[in-house]
Write a protein that binds this ligand. Structure first.
Ligand SMILES: C[C@H](O)[C@H](O)[C@H]1CNC2=NC(N)=NC(=O)C2=N1
Length: 101
């Protein structure tokens, strides 16, 4: 998997409104907020299963009801389609949590 060139990358970023791109690392980050820790951890569990199935894993942190996810492809040294796909999957999973504040 090769790094996305600027033009396709910017096109992909336009479809990921809640994610911010760090050009230094060529990584994308989004913070997710939930009603409580149980919801946040349930979200993480679902992401973890997808990540393991795809062999593509997030950098993330959790503080109580917040989960911050950073996606980049370590093998490629930057953003690839795998990150874009996982970001969309995270957005889709998040939509199923109706209890967020
Ligand atoms: C050996 C294994 O397939 C690789 O190390 C995978 C695992 N998960 C990964 N996850 C991410 N985000 N980037 C990678 O380059 C990556 N590589």
């Amino acid at each position: 998997m090769t790094k996305l060139e600027p033009s396709p990358r910017n096109k992909a970023l336009a479809g990921l409104a809640h994610w911010r791109h760090d050009p230094q690392r060529d990584a994308i980050t989004r913070a997710f907020t939930f009603a409580n820790f149980a919801e946040a951890f349930a979200f993480m569990t679902q992401i973890a299963l997808v990540a393991e199935r795809r062999d593509h894993h997030p950098e993330w942190s959790n503080v109580y009801n917040k989960v911050e996810i950073t996606l980049t492809t370590h093998d490629a040294g930057g953003l690839t389609q795998r990150d874009v796909d996982l970001a969309h999957e995270a957005d889709r999973i998040f939509q199923r949590f109706g209890t967020r504040k």
